[in-house]
Design a protein around this ligand. Sequence first.
Ligand SMILES: Cc1cc2nc3c(=O)[nH]c(=O)nc-3n(C[C@H](O)[C@H](O)[C@H](O)COP(=O)(O)OP(=O)(O)OC[C@H]3O[C@@H](n4cnc5c(N)ncnc54)[C@H](O)[C@@H]3O)c2cc1C
Length: 302
Amino acid sequence: MMTKIHVYASSPELAAEAITAAAAFGAQPALILTGNQNPADFAELGFSEIVHLTGANPLPECYAKQIATALRADDSQLFLVPGDLTGRDIAARVAGYLGCPMVSEAFDLAAGPDAIQASRLTYGGAVVQRQQITGRAVVSIAPGAFEAAAPSGAAAPVKTIDGGSDDRVTLVATHPKEQGAVDLTKADKVVCVGMGFSAKEELDTAYRLAKALGAEVGCTRPLAETNHWFPGYIGISGDQIAPKLYFSLGVSGQVQHTVGIRGAKLVVACSKDAAAPIFQNCDYGVVGDLFELTEALLPQLS
Ligand SMILES: Cc1cc2nc3c(=O)[nH]c(=O)nc-3n(C[C@H](O)[C@H](O)[C@H](O)COP(=O)(O)OP(=O)(O)OC[C@H]3O[C@@H](n4cnc5c(N)ncnc54)[C@H](O)[C@@H]3O)c2cc1C
């Protein structure tokens, strides 16, 4: 099935993931950029063309109507959008303007006869849902679900169109986050802490192990949402990570968490509960006390 595909992405990294996603349809996608995005940053990723909707408004969502117009003009059949916060917003608005179906957070795509087949998680990650869409469609893809394509090295031609943004919403001010959060989606190694830690001071154990391994520290949802010890967490509703090493301490491994580590190459887990589901999802499992394990390991790692 040959499909004309356009992509919107908020960053070159996500744009490269969308190129891999589009490969399922055997088509080289075109890229749409808006406002103050710089086509030079995306030039050699492998897009057939870059359509830049220019304008002074820096908010990408204010160009949704013009994106829909550009897609119609190019007879594009599929609008693929890596679903970070901006992407999800754009995808929904563009689908609204096009009056076409939309699938969100797809992690696998395939071309069926005259249809697009998309897999996505539902029921908190417990079930994989396969959806089929006919006709023009908007699909947002889960960030990190597709490996970034290697740059083609060839500069894509750039077509500039006056964006004509919808300026009923304008940017008044931006304030950087006070707490510098680590980007776990880019980490090579992650030590993940769970409710096996009952006091914040105990996290020192995890940080010492992480330092010895050269890893970043992440957590399960309750440590972020209930204890407020971390700004974010790993899992279906948090970061989906794909490190070379994921090492969990005091994590039970409920499905909503393990969905977020499906891309991990090597999973090591320690829980004192032998029946913890994490042991169904790990390469090496240690049933025992996380503090004892860490103290035993640290001298071996130094
Ligand atoms: C809609 C929905 C979405 C969700 N999304 C996410 C998500 O994205 N990410 C996420 O993480 N969760 C998510 N959750 C929550 C998820 O279901 C689990 O409740 C959560 O992951 C459990 O976190 P935990 O493993 O840290 O805690 P627990 O399940 O309490 O596990 C703690 C583990 O530590 C062990 N332990 C205790 N003391 C020690 C010790 N001294 N040494 C060794 N082991 C010890 C225990 O035996 C246990 O196995 C979601 C839930 C819902 C309903």
